[in-house]
Design a protein around this ligand. Structure first.
Ligand SMILES: *Cc1c(COP(=O)(O)O)cnc(C)c1O
Length: 461
């Protein structure tokens, strides 16, 4: 299996190279040159398997032999052994045809752990073979950063720098980043928004002298290996409800489009997914795009679901690549237009997108009302992101079972949950002392040269 860039002008890479590279050198994102279809019989055979075995069977075709089979099984087991639920991704029922897939039982209480724990294991194994050192730089609206710190803390051959928007992540999210005491962990609070943080990280990748000098690697959701790890739970959940004999739909609280793009890949692999519903908060560029065809930036307004507060969804480029017939130069042209404010999706591309995706938006009031209503009627305590998903899913219920992804634990966003329910959700026991641990972070300006100098200086020690 080979990996190609969505902009068509970067070298073709192997799985291991794509994982270590992150962003392609032409500014594009790596994607498999063709998606392997899983025969119906093999999907049927997933019924009743453990999460780990499901993960092995779903991901194996993408590795191109980069890890030996036994080694890969070992990495998967190590990645998920720190999860606090035996099922890893348990499902609960909210209504006759509506299910909630709980993806928040990992060490940092958000779905990001599924991919980050595995990529940590895989990168460590790859680096141990070559003796190389890498520098990971990532931008976060909160959960990616905490998951990355947790996955990479203390690893011998890695420094990890996480940029987060100062004052715009929850206290729990910030503390999960700033309380990692290991010397290889660097939490950077940037004066700006998540989009500023993400833009500076992209700038670092596009500065090839810097990129090569510090051996930069990325673990943002643009990293193909992260998308791949997330494909697994779509299979796991759908098979539990009777796939491939019975089709299902998914609703996904969406920001950077990484999680729902994994669902799109599962569908391409042959998993019978009828609809993938994009759920956005009031930062609704994707909902507007699917409804109107206009992909136009409109600023970011902070919400109580901060991990979805983004102006531009990086991974949307991957699905545009398919919608435009895998034409890298067409995607490059669109991305240039986006820099100037936006573009109109062509009629053909929009039809392709609407055949797979539906969308909806959930306001701040609706988010709170959904948390309150479910607390009363089902007893389920939803985090605000999951509530956005549940509300939009409820607008799309039909005969096909709907699975909504619960992306974070309510205790990660206690203020919003308390406002809605009157009850402050407590941290699980393994994190009970989070607010007593000392914090360590650096305030940084939204300036590329300053950031690059800081990274160089820190890794020299
Ligand atoms: C990251 C995140 C999202 C958005 O996921 P994307 O892959 O960026 O679309 C939603 N909810 C929570 C809790 C998150 O951490």
């Amino acid at each position: 299996m080979k990996y190609i860039s969505t902009r068509g002008a970067a070298p073709t890479l192997s799985f291991g190279e794509a994982m270590m590279t992150g962003l392609a050198r032409d500014g594009g994102l790596y994607i498999p040159d063709s998606v392997p279809v899983m025969p119906q019989g093999e999907i049927t055979a997933l019924a009743g398997l453990s999460y780990e075995e499901t993960a092995f069977r779903v991901m194996r075709p993408y590795l191109g032999g980069f890890f030996a089979e036994d080694e890969f099984r070992g990495l998967i087991d190590a990645a998920y052994k720190g999860f606090h639920h035996a099922a890893r991704a348990p499902m609960v029922q909210l209504a006759p045809n509506h299910f909630l897939l709980e993806l928040f039982h990992g060490p940092t209480l958000a779905f990001k752990d599924f991919a980050m724990q595995l990529i940590g294991q895989m990168m460590q194994a790859a680096l141990a073979k070559t003796g190389e050192r890498i520098t990971i730089v990532g931008a976060t609206s909160g959960d990616t950063g905490s998951a990355a710190m947790e996955a990479f803390r203390g690893l011998a051959n890695v420094d990890v720098f996480i940029l987060f928007p100062h004052g715009r992540v929850s206290d729990v999210q910030r503390r999960q980043m700033t309380t990692a005491s290991e010397a290889n962990c660097h939490a950077l609070a940037i004066d700006g928004s998540f989009d500023d943080a993400q833009a500076r990280v992209k700038d670092m990748f596009n500065d090839f002298a810097f990129r090569d000098g510090v051996r930069l690697a990325g673990v943002n959701s643009i990293n193909w290996a992260r998308v791949l790890a997330q494909v697994v739970y779509y299979f796991y959940a759908a098979v539990a409800l009777g796939a491939p004999q019975r089709a299902v739909s998914f609703t996904v609280p969406t920001g950077n489009f990484g999680d729902i793009f994994a669902g799109y890949i599962a569908r391409q692999m042959g998993l019978p997914i009828e609809r993938l519903v994009i759920a956005t908060n009031q930062n609704d560029i994707l909902d507007r795009a699917i409804r109107s065809g206009a992909y136009k930036t409109d600023g970011v307004r902070p919400t109580i679901s901060p991990s979805m507060d983004i102006e531009v969804s990086s991974n949307f480029e991957r699905v545009l690549f398919d919608a435009y017939g895998r034409d890298g130069s067409a995607v490059s042209a669109l991305m240039a237009e986006l820099k100037a404010g936006g573009f109109h999706i062509s009629q053909g591309a929009l039809e392709m997108l609407r055949a797979t995706f539906a969308s909806g938006r959930c306001s701040e009031d609706e988010t709170l009302a959904t948390i309150a209503r479910h607390f009363k009627t089902t007893g389920e305590v939803l985090c605000p992101h999951s509530a956005v998903g549940v509300k939009v899913a409820e607008d799309h219920l039909g005969r096909t079972p709907m699975i909504t992804l619960a992306t974070a634990h309510p205790a990660k966003f206690p203020d919003a949950v308390e406002r809605a329910t009157g009850l402050r959700p407590g941290l699980p026991p393994h994190m009970a002392d989070l607010f007593e641990r000392p914090e360590r972070m650096t305030r940084v300006p939204n300036d590329l040269a300053t950031l690059e100098a800081l990274v160089r200086e820190r890794i020299a020690h």
